[in-house]
Design a protein around this ligand. Sequence first.
Ligand SMILES: Nc1ncnc2c1ncn2[C@@H]1O[C@H](COP(=O)(O)OP(=O)(O)OP(=O)(O)O)[C@@H](O)[C@H]1O
Ligand SMILES: [Mg+2]
Length: 309
Amino acid sequence: MGASRPAISVQGLTKRFGGFTAVDSVSFEVQPGEVVGYLGPNGSGKTTTIRMLCGLLSPTAGTAQVMGVDVVRDPEGVKPHIGYMSQKFALYDDLTVRENLEFYAEVYEVPREVEQERLAEVIRLAGLEGRTGALASELSGGWRQRLALGCALVHRPPLLFLDEPTSGVDPVARREFWDVIYQLAAAGTTVFVTTHYMDEAEHCGRVGFMHRGRLLAYDTPRALKAQHLHGVAWDLAANPLLEAVEVLSGLPGIAQARLHGDRAHVIVTPGDWTPENLTARLAGHGITVSAVQPVEPTLEDVFTLLAHQ
Ligand SMILES: Nc1ncnc2c1ncn2[C@@H]1O[C@H](COP(=O)(O)OP(=O)(O)OP(=O)(O)O)[C@@H](O)[C@H]1O
Ligand SMILES: [Mg+2]
């Protein structure tokens, strides 16, 4: 297969609000059919990035091509190619599920002759069967998210932006929602999704990690962990344990120390510490270390480390 055009290609994308830089020279590419997870703390610039890519907010600097359209020059031109489920999506509470879908079909100019067929497809995909007559106001959180997803899909966009689609949704509903995402991806849809859930990130083809407007990492979950395999996450047994965590939290070169069952989980900046000198340091505080061993870092450990550096 020849190199296909990326679904998203971003170079130096920047957004400033007055003197504040919300998105700081971000660059990345998303290939067609990929599921990319975008993570980062509150306020790190995820939504702002998506809004620029959807042509809803003009960048201060940088360029972005979305489905081959230059977003800076032609923000309106991207809209037919994308679906966007925003963080605070609008459903019409006094309309039924079906009426909400019909409304969005009209907004996205779905041709009349295919509308019924398209709605049936979306209802099936989003798992809304049996609920089409319910008022949106009567839906629980998980069903509302599915309806919102359905609304973002009525024009069959090849690229879907989902901004925290599963926030506040119970674990079973979250899994079901992700099943829909996988189905869409399997059928060729490119998905760019923000989340705060690490388990969701683990299941993305690639993940980006935003911190204070900057994209600190962008790779497969496996590669991100592999880059930090050696000596980043340690499992430590000590007595008294709580004091050990307290002392460790105050040491330079320790990104994080927290209780993990009857052990402590410690994230160490590479270079400064060895199990031996850390044990000696804790001994100086009257703490006995009975075991320290490196463990395979989780994605969360890697992000904790990156955010600390
Ligand atoms: N229109 C605006 N005017 C001024 N500041 C803004 C505007 N929109 C966003 N910001 C600021 O930009 C920063 C990034 O916001 P953004 O919504 O992109 O973060 P986020 O990563 O999506 O956070 P969350 O996880 O809470 O949704 C925040 O500090 C926010 O207050
Ligand atoms: Mg956001």
